[in-house]
Write a protein that binds this ligand. Structure first.
Ligand code: EPU
Length: 425
């Protein structure tokens, strides 16, 4: 077990190069299962969830080589249509393999995903959509057996909510299905458009991604291609947030402003000055941050739930009262106790969190409760006086590549240690 130890109070200054997006790498890796021949994915982040997805691919019979940030996949026929429970449990989003395996082989056996640190994670919308496309399901002893005896076919599907995972599963199932799928109320996240762009590069016929209604006409075959993953907008806003909370100045390389244009205006409202360039963003933080009257998490293009914890940490040091509302996940305030332990004033009532800014935070020993909540604790630690220890950082490693090295590169005093170990900062 490892922990991050942070000596706070240093304004971050310098350049950060942003890694590729976890949330498009994972469905794109699943998409590679549908392609014949070789797929080369560049700008893949080196994250535990990405390695877990590669282990699933290898198990299914895909040759998978990881060299730095390039993953090369060589697909022959699938060796099996079953993903063992141990592999499914390594990564919550492994359910994304369901649509791809079913689309490729006409059957799939996986363990049923349980709840997770963000609350219940039902897959009813995934299953209902796949049922409309000709799939049948048997659920027994925590196992999900799926088959499409006649093969999958196109359908007109209306999602009751624009679920990211359901949209991805439908896309993966539809690209090789017979006929046309029209998906209404599809998720519009940039990672959906990245998956669609990858599938199109492999020969898929998809239009309307990012617009709410997607039309997918099944093709006979997809061929592997070379594709570069989009930048990770949530890691990007986390690093800009680290500059904001420490009163620093950071240049984020490898992205323009567009993937973050639903979050950057909030940093500007807080008094940060942002200078976008075609392939980088500069952020200059004010001496004291201003509060934000209301942040409501919503499906894209609304404010992303994945940035809620990050902004809560930053606003805990703003000059006044801010209000956040979490509308996507039932249990996404589990980082609040840790921030309060560090001196933040936060009151949660149902979906709403009221953050009364304080003048300073103080270092404490805290435990990450999920990926973004853990990152929020790191940000708070960078701004706090004294030493902060963040434990259970396996959550953070799911979404941030070598976070301590990135932050040290801009002056953060942060090291990774074995739990129980001691070291020099
Ligand atoms: N939902 C249902 N039924 C379903 C599917 C979803 O009720 O069949 C509910 C969920 O329980 C949740 C809401 O709908 O309350 C949104 O879920 P969604 O399916 O949109 O999320 P996801 O696909 O499970 C992805 C990201 C999350 C991100 C959400 C929302 C990946 C691998 N994960 O999850 O990322 O928070 O979309 O944008 O893409 C993260 O990176 O930290 C993370 C959790």
């Amino acid at each position: 077990m490892q922990k991050l130890v942070i000596e706070g109070g240093v304004p971050l200054e310098g350049e950060i190069t942003l890694h590729g997006a976890k949330n498009s790498t994972l469905p794109i890796l699943a998409g590679a299962l549908l392609c014949d021949g070789r797929t080369v994915l560049e700008n893949c982040p080196r994250l535990t969830d990405v390695f877990a997805a590669c282990r699933i691919l290898t198990h299914l019979g895909c040759r998978c080589r990881i060299a730095e940030h390039t993953v090369t996949l060589q697909m022959q026929n699938l060796r099996t249509d079953t993903i063992p429970e141990a592999l499914m449990q390594e990564m919550r989003s492994s359910i994304i393999f369901l649509g791809a395996v079913l689309g490729r082989t006409g059957s799939c056996h996986v363990s049923y995903p349980g709840g997770c640190e963000l609350g219940p994670r039902p897959i009813d919308m995934h299953l209902e959509a796949l049922r409309q496309m000709g799939a049948r399901f048997l659920i027994h002893d925590g196992q999900l057996d799926c088959s499409a005896p006649e093969g999958l076919h196109g359908a007109v599907i209306h999602l009751p909510f624009p679920s990211v995972g359901a949209t991805e599963n439908i896309m993966l199932a539809a690209v090789l299905a017979k006929g046309r799928t029209v998906l209404h109320n599809a998720a519009k996240e940039p990672e959906i458009c990245d998956l669609a762009a990858f599938l199109r590069s492999c020969g898929a016929d998809i239009s309307g991604d990012g617009a709410g209604t997607m039309v997918i006409s099944g093709v006979k075959q997809l061929r592997g291609c070379s594709y570069s993953i989009m930048p990770d907008r949530i890691a990007g806003i986390t690093y800009l947030g680290a500059a904001a909370i420490t009163g620093g100045t950071v240049c984020l390389r490898g992205t323009d402003a567009s993937p973050m244009d639903n979050m950057l205006p909030v940093l500007e409202q807080m008094g940060c000055r942002i200078y976008p360039e075609p392939d980088r963003l500069h952020l200059l933080a004010p001496r004291r941050l201003r509060p934000v009257a209301s942040i409501r998490t919503m499906p894209h293009p609304g404010f992303p739930t994945d940035a809620q914890a990050i902004f809560m940490a930053i606003l805990s040091l703003a000059d006044g009262v801010s209000v956040l509302e979490e509308n996507i996940f039932a249990c996404r305030y589990r980082h609040v106790d840790a921030l309060v332990k560090m001196g933040a004033k936060i009151h949660v009532s149902g979906r709403t969190a009221v953050v009364t800014g304080v003048r300073s935070l103080s270092g404490a020993c805290v435990t990450a409760t999920d990926l973004r909540g853990g990152a929020a604790m790191v940000l708070a630690g960078l701004a706090a006086s004294g030493t902060t220890e963040v434990r259970r950082i396996c959550y953070i490693d799911r979404g941030y590549e070598a976070i301590e090295q990135v932050l040290r590169g801009v002056g953060g005093r942060i090291v990774r240690m074995e739990t129980g170990g001691s070291g020099e900062l």
